[in-house]
Design a protein around this ligand. Sequence first.
Ligand code: GLN
Length: 531
Amino acid sequence: MDSEKKSKQKFIFVTGGVLSGVGKGISAASIGAVLQAKGVNVSIQKCDPYLNVDAGLLNPAEHGECFVTIDGAETDLDLGHYERFLDLELTQKNATLSGRLLSQLIMDERAGKFGGKTVQLVPHLTGAIQDAIQLAADGSDVHIVEIGGTVGDYEGLSFVEAIREFAARVGRENCLYVHVVYVPFIGTSKEFKTKPAQNALNDLRGFGIVPDCVIVRTDDPAPENVAGKISQFSGVREDAVILLSNAKTVFKVPQLIAASGINDVLTRFTGNDNVPDLSKWDKIIEAQAKQYDKTVTVGLVAKYMDNEDTYISVLEALKAAAWQEDVGLDIKWINAETAADEDFNSVDGLVVPGGFGERGVPGKINAAMYALDHKKPYLGLCLGLQVAVVAAARRSGLADANSTEFDANTPNNVVYIMEGQQGKESTGGTLRLGNYDAKLYDGTKVAEAYGVTDVVERHRHRYEVNQSFTEAINNGGLQISGTSPDGKLVEFVEASDHPYMVATQAHPELKSRPNRPHPLFVGLIRAAKQV
Ligand code: GLN
């Protein structure tokens, strides 16, 4: 990075106060979307203060989906929002975790890299955070950094200090600090209460950061005097205090931000006064609001029933495909642990998403069996491919066919761990992760759906199809329709004598975009439309 470029590069820091989980990630992504719509080259990064080295071993029920990047980083679901909003492909450098930085620092200390100095949170960890920010920013005009959690959290202090120090590195004029606060409405007295937000802004100032812009999140629209009050107590100019109530859909937020005072803040900050071209978002909102003549019902055979975040990329991919196919979408959650044939029968198509561990697997195998027996449209994603292969092998007469993940001793181990992976079943970072090439067989449904035969998809799994059972799998109704270029790994299977039964060892949902749905999801919706 030459110094000319460095001095011109701008940084936007998005922090949160009062509560987390009120849309800091969506706000950060939407600010990026508005800048892109003004023609600015944007990059984005999430900093998470927890001590995990990556998100791979986090429980999805608590933490939501683990989003995998092209280079195989297992990250927080916010990176999925960023990819969908900004149509970027992110990498490990866009996900910065305390645990990752600290483990590197400790390794460097052991390797004697500090020349006898005392290794400290300030300046060593804060310096490492700033280096990580500059690394992720490389090549963009404006780099957005979202800091996870809320300001004042014990574990996040190093990040807050690092972004304060960062202004000295690149110049305060090149940094924009945006604080997202929540203002509750008290039903009994019918008023919006700004006190927690005032306290949150005081906290931020206490750490040496006076924000340039405050986004005030409320459930329902708040009156203008709420902005006035927050401005008065925080010293942030009133036109930079932006009221943002809950939007009907997250994809509306770029429009709301562009229509709000943030647009002026961004214009002043970047010097780019282009009017944002939001046509892409207009189309998405239109598709979302449309009353459709036909609605398809897709059954999501799920293990985690109480948290939409666990399957967020799958849900978004289905929605995007339905918009393109001009149909309404009704998602029916089918509990994999209690699923019965009536559940599978009551929908127009089935999706069996990825998963780890045995819970719910018999129901997922039944879903695949039902789809094969009754020609119900089916899309299998990762585990959804593995259960389809198990179902096909069982249909061919191998009653105890299974994945060794669920039955370690079955002689009919149609899904298994390949050599080299054995013994590493419960540790982090030992999966097949990130982008892998695949070759699709000519004339297959997947080749038709993609329109090409060389594809790249993202992976996150440990088990593979055992090709010594190809004949049994074929006899049970499934054909292999795509493999790794060397033919060793099965990447796609499908039922040729079926309207649409397609499964992939990959996670195509991660590549879907709201305005560019993934072809395998489009294929499912098209088939479900005919049911
Ligand atoms: N548990 C399976 C495996 O590790 C599938 C993983 C997934 O669906 N992401 O291979």
